[in-house]
Design a protein around this ligand. Sequence first.
Ligand code: FES
Length: 154
Amino acid sequence: MTLSLSLTVNGERHDIELEDARPTLLDVLRERLGLTDTKKGCDRGQCGACTVLLDGRRVNSCLTLAMSADGAAVTTIEGVADGGTLHPVQAAFIENDAFQCGYCTPGQIMSAIGLIAEGDAGTDPERIREGMSGNICRCAAYPGITDAVLDAQT
Ligand code: FES
């Protein structure tokens, strides 16, 4: 039985046919829509590399069945810049050297955007680290990431 999935991704509606209900949102974004800037790290909810916004809330897209997002609005890292102008969080990551290898960066930025939008970032570095704790950086660029989240709010 074919399933019909409707997603609005970065403002564009996509109607997608799935063979079954098993594909994750991450796999649909990457393999069906070609949005490969959302990264697959662990594929089991441990690293945060796959973070996207689902109706404005942060989710690990590797843990989200695509069908459970039917009718929802998804924002990926490809959708946050305004034309040639970086999102303030993207600019703050560059300004604060908040990455090294860059693999986790799309997820870090989406998580930071979600955290700030949720109103939970605050100006306490400890609170920001707690709020970003679902996003692992193997290069340990955490001080820059925390500074970037602080800067993006000023
Ligand atoms: Fe989803 Fe690691 S790839 S949490």
